[in-house]
Each structure stands twice: as structure tokens, then as C-alpha cells.
Design a protein around this ligand. Structure first.
Ligand code: SF4
Ligand code: SF4
Length: 440
């Protein structure tokens, strides 16, 4: 079996043993959920409920009016008890709707199946995906319907389904591929019809042989859907790396996958699409891997959007010793948290709890000019220079050194012997450059 890959990258330990064989379990119904109106890349939603309103599961509570936006929905039934700016797991504070559960878990009357894929036109399918508030669930949270609507001058001939899950510790996508195989295939067919492509590849790292086998069996009768085993290497799940490994096409600097005729969708995203079409239920829950040696019983939990992190950690037996660091996502691209009151959002693939001893390994020292970060960068950037410009507030220089091309894979931070938070600094530079561009 040929296992495809890309140039550069690193080989961090996988640390997936704690949860890779644990089936997805339904998390307890939360007493209270916090639904931020911004959970995606693009414009925030406009509020369409008020304090005191009674809401049901799946009811829209925030309207995504801009083209690049995605609506949000109530994930439990109950009463809107407050609308306020609250801490967000991606950073800062965001206007959020707080719903107190009535314990009934009543579904909104408008939630109904849409019928077979064949009975729906591509435009109708895209509308369903938009109204369901579906975004990229691998972490990027880009509105899916926008990705599926490229400008007419761009010809898309290939869809790649991202089942690489190359981040250490995380196993949510792995379990989805094993336990929701039928939905993965159904969602792929929806995407094929919505975009009008006939060629689909499912890329899976070879450290998940059971998922490769299960999906190969599931698509054995499908001429146009192929499973591609990929060499386990970080960041194999980065869009540019995945596209190169599977098709040999290189997305140009500053470009999007559509420039080379490709759309990439995560496996979690296609299962959310399948659920929206099959049942009418919008994106109100997702699989979250709660793991790390700082948590007593690591698990893969199907959690309602808006569930506070602390509820899920408690459901996993609580902390194992004194926690040193809580991260949303994995250790490479994840975001360190300062509060456990923050909610699960659509892009929360995992909650990683590191012990105090483990967290110590991330404390930075001075740069020793070893250039390992330069050698490892899969985009051929100079992470140490961009990081320096970021610290100095030299945004023009950071842009000249192509900071915007950084895919935030975290390989440079991982390989740095001084544990300098390069990717975090580059992320800040990117934010500043983009903010300045928007102002102009
Ligand atoms: S500079 Fe960006 S793309 Fe390069 S290794 Fe660091 S995080 Fe990855
Ligand atoms: S890897 Fe770390 S220590 Fe080495 S040059 Fe890059 S920033 Fe400096």
C-alpha cells in the first residue's frame, strides 16, 4: 500500500491511546448552555431572541445575514436567561445567549427531514447546509456553504475529505469514521451533488488502520470515492499538505484550495451535513475528545454546543492532580484557556488537560538560532523572523515575510528546543495584518 505524504513536517508522539478505542458517549444534558453569536470565520450573527424567550432544540437564535456567516441554534430547550458578552474559547469576549434547560429537551416543530439527496437541487442542498449553521468542524470553522459556492470562474473537479486527524491526543474524527461511517458517505454524496464533482478522496493517516478498512468497505461499490492512506506525519491534515499529498497540486502562496480545483471538507463536517439533510437538525452538537493525563477518565463525548468545558471535565471524572494547562484542541494548534466556564463551540474538537509537570515543557527560553523552525516549516517560512517582527509590532515586515501564508500548524513551536511560542506570535501578526487590511 502506497502511503502519500508532503514535504517537511514533524513526528510528534500521537498520545491517542487513551481514547482511540473508546466509543462515542452522549454527554449529560447540560443545565445551562452558552451560545456565542460568533463561532465561525466571518460576520457575527444577529440576535433574534430576547431574555425570557422560551426556545426549543434546533430553534434558530442568531441569524447569519452576511454571505460569510453561519446562524446559531438553541442546543437545549429552556429559557433565555441572559444575553451578555462572555469569555470565548478562541479568546476575548463575545455576545452570547445563555439558555437555562427545562430538562425536557423538546425539539423545535420546524425540524423535519428534507428527503432524498436526488430530490434536492444543488442550490437547495446548499441552502440546507447554510440554514443548519454548518462550519468546518476540524477547527477552522469556515462556513461550509461558502466553501461549496466557489465563484463561477473557478472549476472544482475534486473534493478531499479530511480524515487525517494529525493533531496528537485527538480521536473525535477517528471515532466518527468508525461509528458514523454511513453518515460520512451520505454527507460526501450531498457535497458531490452540491458542488457537481465526481471525484472524491478520503485522506486518512495510517495510524488509523481500522478507519481506513471501514471506509474502504463502505465505498467499495462507489466508483468515484476512494480512500487514500496517508503517512502519519504532522501537519498532514493541513489543507495545503493534504491537497499536495493526494493530488500533487500546490496551492499558491496566499491562495485557496479552489485555485487548484479542490474543496476540502472535514469528516465531522460531512456527518453534520448528513444529519441536517436526513433529519433537518442543525448543528447543535459535536464529538469532543476530552483527554490528557490531567483528566481522570478520558473519553469521546457527544456534547451539545454551548456546554461549559467544566461540565465535560467533571463528566470525565474531574482533574487528575493539579492541572497545568487546559487547551481547546490539540497541543500543536490548540488554544490555551484561562477559564473553564467557556463553552464548547462548533470548532471544539477536543479539550486537552495537561498536568503541571507536562505544562512545564512548554515554558519558553531564549532563541539559540538553531534554525530548526526554518527547516521544519512545511510552507518554507522563516518562523523565527516573523515571530520577532510580531513581538516588535513590525507588521509590514511580518507581511513581507509572508506571515499570512502560515497555516498555524505549530510545527515550528513543537520543534523549537527553547519552546518559543512561535505560532502564537505569528497568529497575532496575522490578526494585525488582516485588521489593517480591513481598515484600508
Ligand atoms: S510558521 Fe506557520 S506554517 Fe510554518 S511551521 Fe510555524 S506554524 Fe507551521
Ligand atoms: S527553533 Fe527556536 S531556538 Fe531554534 S531558531 Fe527557531 S526560534 Fe530560535
Amino acid at each position: 500500500m502506497i502511503r502519500k505524504t508532503f514535504k517537511g513536517g514533524v513526528h510528534p508522539p500521537h498520545y491517542k491511546e487513551a481514547t482511540e478505542h473508546r466509543e462515542i458517549e452522549k454527554a449529560r444534558l447540560p443545565q445551562r448552555v452558552i451560545i456565542p453569536l460568533q463561532q465561525h470565520i466571518g460576520a457575527p450573527c444577529e440576535l433574534i431572541v430576547k431574555v425570557g424567550d422560551k426556545v426549543k432544540v434546533g430553534q434558530k437564535i442568531g441569524e447569519g445575514k452576511a454571505f460569510v456567516s453561519a446562524p446559531v441554534h438553541a442546543s437545549i430547550s429552556g429559557e433565555v436567561v441572559s444575553i451578555e458578552t462572555l469569555p470565548h474559547p478562541v479568546g476575548g469576549k463575545v455576545l452570547s445567549v445563555v439558555i437555562q434547560s427545562d430538562g425536557l429537551d423538546e425539539v423545535d416543530n420546524n425540524i423535519k427531514p428534507f428527503g432524498s439527496i436526488e430530490s434536492l437541487s444543488p442550490e437547495e442542498l446548499k441552502k440546507i447546509i447554510r440554514e443548519a449553521g454548518i462550519v468546518g468542524m476540524g477547527g477552522a470553522a469556515f462556513p461550509t456553504q461558502v466553501k461549496l459556492s466557489p465563484p463561477p470562474e473557478k472549476t472544482i473537479d475534486t473534493v478531499i475529505i479530511n480524515g487525517a486527524e494529525c493533531e496528537p491526543y485527538l480521536t473525535a474524527d477517528h471515532r466518527v469514521m468508525l461509528e458514523r461511517t454511513e453518515d460520512v458517505v451520505f454527507g460526501i454524496k450531498v457535497v458531490m451533488r452540491a458542488v457537481g464533482v465526481s471525484s472524491v478522496y478520503i485522506g486518512i493517516e495510517d495510524n488509523k488502520p481500522d478507519a481506513i478498512k471501514k471506509l474502504e468497505e463502505a465505498v467499495s461499490g462507489e466508483e468515484n470515492i476512494k480512500v487514500i492512506p496517508l503517512r502519519a506525519k504532522y501537519p498532514q491534515g493541513g489543507e495545503k499538505q493534504l491537497i499536495y499529498a493526494i493530488t500533487g497540486r500546490e496551492v499558491p502562496s496566499g491562495g485557496l484550495p479552489m485555485e487548484v480545483g479542490v474543496i476540502v471538507q472535514n469528516v465531522g463536517t460531512v456527518t453534520a451535513i448528513a444529519r441536517a439533510v436526513k433529519t433537518g437538525m442543525p448543528l447543535i452538537e459535536r464529538v469532543v475528545t476530552v483527554t490528557g493525563s490531567g483528566v481522570k477518565k478520558p473519553r469521546n463525548l457527544l456534547a451539545r454546543i454551548g456546554t461549559p468545558f467544566k461540565d465535560l471535565i467533571e463528566e470525565c471524572g474531574g482533574f487528575n492532580g493539579t492541572p497545568g494547562k487546559v487547551i481547546m484542541g490539540g497541543p500543536m494548534m490548540g488554544i490555551a484557556q484561562t477559564s473553564l466556564e467557556v463553552p464548547v463551540i462548533k470548532g471544539t474538537s477536543g479539550i486537552l488537560v495537561l498536568t503541571k509537570e507536562e505544562a512545564k515543557q512548554y515554558e519558553p527560553g531564549p532563541c539559540i538560532k538553531c534554525a530548526r523552525c526554518v527547516d521544519i516549516c512545511p510552507i518554507n517560512l522563516l518562523p523565527t523572523r516573523i515571530s520577532h517582527f510580531s513581538q516588535m509590532g513590525m507588521w509590514d515586515e511580518a507581511e513581507e515575510y509572508n506571515a499570512l501564508d502560515c497555516i498555524e500548524c505549530g510545527s515550528c513551536s513543537y520543534i523549537c528546543p527553547s519552546k518559543i511560542p512561535l505560532v502564537q506570535r505569528i497568529r497575532i501578526a496575522k490578526g494585525e495584518i488582516l485588521a489593517r487590511k480591513r481598515k484600508k
